[in-house]
Design a protein around this ligand. Structure first.
Ligand code: DGL
Length: 278
């Protein structure tokens, strides 16, 4: 038995972790933010896969048997390969789940026009993961995507409420709505974006629904654990929360308090590349 691992490239996954821990408070959790190497959204498949696998292995080494990739970019670019190539090599049962499929499968609960907008990192957009997954469930739904390369840096650098953020938020919201004025539902398909919610609302036309993933992923995990008792029984239930970052713990604690609305004390996680100083 071990904690449930929650992984993100940085702080964004905390918006998912917060909802998971609220929905399923009885479990132990380890959150890992790869803050030293954020952002993932502009990096190649190879790099995102390599970074994600390394972090997932670190969570496994800490006893996690189930890991949630609370990062759309990692879910888009690394999840399938990890599930198909890496997990079968392990002697014991381990599972890694992502955030794209659970979001895609409930799109119909929100959209009436069948025109859905995706705001995401360049990596998630170019992977076409949302287009493919939504069309698997709802072939009639039209999916329009807009990559927002500056939004993760705005959040990571605490600029998400600044007047400077208005320019980048407006630019991408306008670009998305130009692709189809019939869009009635917009998915914040990056776990960093809920922090930009107020600004996104300000620039989207009234009446367009905005979907954040946290509660969706929490509900989907809860259902998953009911459907998979063999995994559920591997998840320890003392109620502990442990936070690791691959960068400054001081910075992590400051930002995490903003995401979570409560104080945390993180620990530094040393990655392999520290073995090879330049
Ligand atoms: N939270 C990650 C996501 O959902 C951020 C990606 C990044 O590191 O650029 O895609």
């Amino acid at each position: 038995m071990g904690p449930i691992g929650v992984f993100d490239s940085g702080y964004g996954g905390l918006s998912v972790f917060k909802e998971i821990a609220k929905e399923l408070p009885q479990y132990d959790y380890i959150y890992l933010g790869d803050n030293a190497r954020v952002p993932y959204g502009v990096r190649s498949y190879e790099t995102v896969y390599h970074y994600t696998l390394e972090c997932v292995n670190q969570l496994f080494a800490k006893g996690c048997r189930l890991v949630i990739l609370a990062c759309n970019t990692a879910s888009a670019k690394a999840l399938r390969t990890i599930q198909q190539n890496d997990l079968p090599k392990l002697k014991e049962l381990h599972r890694v789940l992502g955030v794209i499929r659970p979001t895609a499968e409930i799109v119909n609960e929100f959209s009436e026009t069948g025109n859905v907008g995706i705001l995401a990192t360049p990596g998630t957009v170019s992977s076409l993961s949302y287009v493919i997954e939504i069309n698997k469930f709802f072939p009639q739904v039209k999916v329009f995507q807009e990559a927002c390369p500056m939004w993760v840096p705005l959040v990571e650098n605490n600029e998400y409420e600044s007047p400077g953020a208005d320019y980048f938020v407006k630019k991408h919201v306008d670009n998305l709505m130009k692709k189809s004025p019939a869009i009635d539902t917009v998915i914040l398909a990056c776990t960093h974006y809920p922090l930009l919610l107020n600004k996104i609302k300000q620039f989207l036309p009234g009446g367009v629904k905005i979907i954040s993933q946290g509660a969706i992923i929490a509900k989907s995990l809860s259902d998953y654990l009911v459907r998979h008792p063999e995994i559920e029984e591997l998840c320890s239930k003392v109620g502990t929360r442990t936070f690791f970052t691959t960068d400054s713990t001081e910075n992590f604690d400051k930002h995490a308090a903003i995401f979570l609305g409560s104080q945390v004390k993180s620990q530094f996680l040393k990655l392999d590349h520290y073995k090879y100083p330049l």
